[in-house]
Write a protein that binds this ligand. Structure first.
Ligand SMILES: Nc1nc2c(ncn2[C@@H]2O[C@H](COP(=O)(O)OP(=O)(O)OP(=O)(O)O)[C@@H](O)[C@H]2O)c(=O)[nH]1
Ligand SMILES: [Mg+2]
Ligand SMILES: [Zn+2]
Length: 316
């Protein structure tokens, strides 16, 4: 590959014969057919790659080369700090986003929160070494104590930070903006909770909105179809992602699942059996802590559900 470059030529006949130099770039969107790559001066180049397209993720820092028709070709993926994956076809996992610092799980009063899904996000992030925070969006639709949101208290007790926002009224957006500074965050969560609305509310009018372009070509529904990275004007990057992207829990063991419930950790290791699954074993310290109200019973029940899903192989 690099052989040609080292060969001295007597007369530089045609410039097009020499290999154009590799350039650094940042993958900001995965377009299905290709990749949108941002060069260091902020230009977006549509790139192809000889690799499997699915091996490249939004947030990847790459080396690319100009190719025909103003396009480019990604030649190399630079080492990743972090990588979030989701199940692909068969056993293979596919990268969702690279070099993330944090996942922001968005919930809302409508659609009603899926707490089991939230637990899965927390476990996956913990497993991948990513920070996690919650955004409770659509606060304009919450009046008083909303029973649908009562389980939130468990997560507050766990110390998961929670922003409260309304993409509609702008409430809480300055605090969120402040919280996004200096890191790369990805919005995740059920379809319809307002991930794209928040992204749009945080971006200045002239920001590149790949998503809007692809939406215009679509059916009028606003469900996001491509994961896209945006630079925020104050600093920090934000990745908007489509609907429910659950991240590879299939590769986890029962032990990983239990450890993913942080509040179990002080008790794990104090069970009678070394290999306690914390399900029906006698003298299980975790179950004892649940019985004494030291661990939330609702969280423990979700753990049992996830173990069951893991056993049946339907944990995505
Ligand atoms: N009342 C209210 N409605 C909101 C708010 N944020 C978003 N919505 C509405 O909720 C609906 C879904 O918003 P989206 O931003 O498309 O949701 P999404 O999370 O990006 O959904 P997917 O792309 O399908 O994953 C839209 O009709 C929004 O107008 C909010 O803060 N308050
Ligand atoms: Mg969306
Ligand atoms: Zn146990």
């Amino acid at each position: 590959m690099a052989g040609k470059r080292g060969t001295p030529e007597k007369a530089p006949r045609a410039v097009s014969n020499s290999t154009p130099p590799l350039q650094p770039g940042l993958v900001i969107s995965h377009l299905g057919q290709g990749l949108a790559v941002e060069d260091p001066s902020g230009n977006i180049v549509l790139c192809h790659t000889r690799r499997r397209l699915d091996d490249v993720a939004v947030g990847d820092r790459v080396l690319w080369q100009p190719a025909e028709g103003g396009r480019g070709r990604v030649e190399q993926i630079l080492p990743r700090r972090t990588l979030l994956v989701r199940p692909g076809h068969g056993v293979k996992v596919r990268p969702v986003a690279a070099n993330l610092d944090r996942v922001l799980v968005v919930i809302a009063p409508e659609p009603e929160p899926d707490w089991l899904l939230l637990d899965q996000y927390l476990i996956a992030c913990d497993h991948r070494g990513l920070k996690v925070a919650l955004i409770l969006n659509k606060v304009d639709r919450i009046a008083g104590d909303d029973p649908r949101l009562a389980p939130l208290a468990d997560y507050q007790a766990l110390g998961v930070p929670c922003f409260r926002t309304s993409a509609r009224t702008g409430q809480g957006l300055p605090e969120l903006r402040q919280g996004l500074l200096g890191q790369c965050s990805m919005l995740a969560g059920q379809s319809g909770v307002g991930k794209s609305s928040l992204t749009n509310a945080l971006l200045p009018d002239k920001a590149l909105r790949v998503q809007e372009l692809s939406e215009k070509a679509g059916t009028g529904r606003h469900t996001t179809t491509t994961t896209t990275l945006y630079h925020l004007p104050e600093g920090g990057d934000l990745i908007d992602s489509p609907g429910v992207a659950v991240f590879g829990l299939a590769e986890m063991t029962l032990r990983d699942l239990a450890a993913g419930y942080w509040e179990f950790r002080p008790w794990i290791g104090h069970c009678r059996f070394n290999d306690c699954r914390h399900l029906s074993e006698p003298d299980c310290a975790v179950r004892q802590a649940v019985a004494e109200g030291r661990i939330s019973a609702a969280r423990y029940q979700r753990f049992v559900k996830l173990v069951d899903k893991l056993r049946h192989g339907d944990l995505a």
